[in-house]
Design a protein around this ligand. Structure first.
Ligand code: PLP
Ligand code: COI
Length: 345
């Protein structure tokens, strides 16, 4: 076992033994191989010039029972394939994706945090177009690499600590009929600027509205939105939102626990009716949102509205229950009745 400060890993890159790589050329993928050190890439590679790149995020856990589980890798595999199809580029099969993730975890097992630190191994599969080409032509060569980091809290905040969010009215994450529902690298770089402004103003999260009309809730910059009211789990239905695997899992957990689930359009005005609001995603799991501030523009001095959820400083009771159940399934302390966990060993 590596000698790491397991309780305070945060989300920083600590390089592990190496990564698992496969390259696509002449119509086929190479045998996945273990590689250490930097990847070689031509400066003319498509991904560097035109962002022909997509990625995934998923986690491996060491359970209370010592078992090593990856959470729903089949879902991530299918989402990567969907992103690659959108980019008209080669993709690994579902089996190859899962096996490369499992192989990465097996090879770097001593970097997998022990049970009891609320930490995991965050896996980052990345698919890039590597053709040396400056024409606007889809890749016929690609590299698929699975890397990872031992990870604790994404934001550095303690679990289930409330954060503040601000609505982004002058920057959109996605375009109407655009790429918001695909996990493309190109969706993220343009959001950093808006995030930097929000962070400088003291907000931790950015909430995006639907880009066409700005009248409906979409999602946060790196996680989905869900609200709780009257014992119902409500999450937006929108073409420009990433289909989150955490959200899908929480919806099922909510149903299993006897709550109603509604996936539907969520008008902006409905914000004031929620008892609990959360951001959810693989990296954060659940981040409870204490307040959402609305302004005409991020840098504007005017505040139009502030929405407050639940009791100040306290994560809502239903959100906490959903969080604990989901984390329990990942840790092997709650029965995995839906067969979500892939057992590595
Ligand atoms: N929305 C965006 C924009 C994301 O980047 C992520 C992170 O993956 C999510 C939602 C959550 O998705 P998942 O739960 O599959 O990690
Ligand atoms: C995730 O939650 O897995 C993400 O991809 C979010 C982020 C770190 C980009």
């Amino acid at each position: 076992m590596q000698n790491l400060d397991w309780a305070n890993l945060g989300f920083t890159v600590r390089e592990t033994r190496g990564v698992i790589v496969s390259r696509y050329k002449d119509g086929k993928w190479s045998e996945p191989a273990k590689e250490s050190g930097p990847l070689e890439l031509s400066p003319y590679a498509l991904a560097l010039n035109y962002a022909n790149a997509c990625f995934e995020g998923l986690k491996a856990f060491r359970g209370a029972d010592g078992v090593v589980r990856i959470f729903r890798p089949d879902e991530n595999a299918r989402r990567l394939i969907r992103s690659a199809e959108f980019l008209d580029m080669p993709a690994p099969s579902e089996e190859m994706f899962i096996e490369m993730c499992a192989e990465y975890v097996r090879w770097n097992l001593d970097f997998l945090p022990p049970y009891g630190y609320n930490a995991s191994m965050y896996l980052r599969p990345v698919l890039i177009g590597t053709d040396k080409q400056l024409n606007l032509k889809s890749p016929v060569e690609a590299t698929f690499v699975v890397m990872g980091i031992p990870a604790g809290s994404y934001s550095g905040a303690k679990t289930l600590t409330l954060v503040t969010a601000v609505i982004s009215r002058d920057f959109d994450r996605a375009a109407p009929n655009g790429t918001g529902s695909y996990k493309l690298a190109a969706n993220y770089a343009p959001s950093f600027h808006a995030y930097n402004i929000a962070h400088a103003l003291g907000f931790q999260e950015l909430l995006f509205l639907d880009p066409a009309t700005k009248t409906k809730i979409d999602e946060f910059g790196s996680s989905n939105f869900f609200g709780i009211k009257d014992g119902t789990f409500v999450t937006p239905l929108s073409d420009s939102v990433l289909p989150s695997i955490t959200n899908k899992s929480l919806q099922q957990v909510a149903r299993d626990l006897g709550y109603k689930v509604e996936k539907r359009v969520v008008p902006y005005e409905e914000l004031e009716t929620f008892e609990e609001v959360n951001a959810c995603g693989t990296a954060v799991v659940i981040t409870p949102i204490g307040t959402i501030t609305d302004k005409p523009a991020l840098k504007s001095d005017t505040v139009t509205r502030v929405f407050q959820f639940g009791e100040p400083g306290v994560c809502g009771p239903i959100s906490s229950k959903l969080y604990k159940t989901l984390r329990g399934i990942q840790d092997g302390t709650v029965p995995d009745t839906h067969g979500w966990c892939y057992i590595v060993e």
